[in-house]
Design a protein around this ligand. Structure first.
Ligand code: CA2
Length: 152
């Protein structure tokens, strides 16, 4: 079977509000802008994208499980679940797909509780604090990993 040329893009809780509040932290671009950027970047590498956002942990877990069937990798900004969710960690570990962890803000230079990520060691790509543009970098690096050009 040929490997699927599809990525799952997951945005976690509250990221539906991108562009509406806290522009000094998260910028002015919207979730629709993020999804369009990811689709364009992935298309240039020959990948299509299934994009989802949810404020509900279980919905995100289901989407990750589903990705096992037809995706080659996962780009994920888990939002606040990054710092709290062993359930999310277990889901990512169970699907055995390469994952890229993205954070718009520099979580290492904010409150201490944002420094802990339950998914960090599972992800093969990390893009942190590069704003919305970081999603494009994450896609490019993840596609390189999937197509065997590099790691990390
Ligand atoms: O920097 C990131 O991308 C975060 O994953 C965003 C999460 C935060 O809990 C993480 O520590 C870092 C929060 C997402 C909230 O997004 C909003 C964006 C605009 C307006 C309101 C919320």
């Amino acid at each position: 079977m040929t490997a699927p040329r599809r990525l799952l893009l997951v945005n976690g809780p509250n990221l539906n509000l991108l562009g509406t509040r806290q522009p000094e932290v998260y910028g002015t671009e919207t979730l629709a802008d993020v999804e369009a950027l990811v689709r364009t970047t992935a298309a240039a590498r020959g990948f299509e994208v299934r994009a989802m956002q949810s404020n509900h942990e279980g919905v995100i877990i289901d989407a990750i499980h589903e990705a096992r069937r037809d995706c080659a990798g996962i780009v994920i900004n888990p939002g606040g679940l990054t710092h709290t969710s062993i359930v999310l960690r277990d889901a990512l570990a169970s699907v055995d797909l390469p994952a890229a962890e993205v954070h718009i803000s520099d979580v290492n230079n904010r409150e201490d509780f944002r420094k802990l990520s339950y998914v960090r060691d599972l992800a093969v790509v990390h893009v942190i604090g590069e704003g919305v543009a970081g999603y494009a970098r994450a896609v490019e690096r993840l596609c390189d990993v999937i197509t065997g050009q590099s790691e990390g």
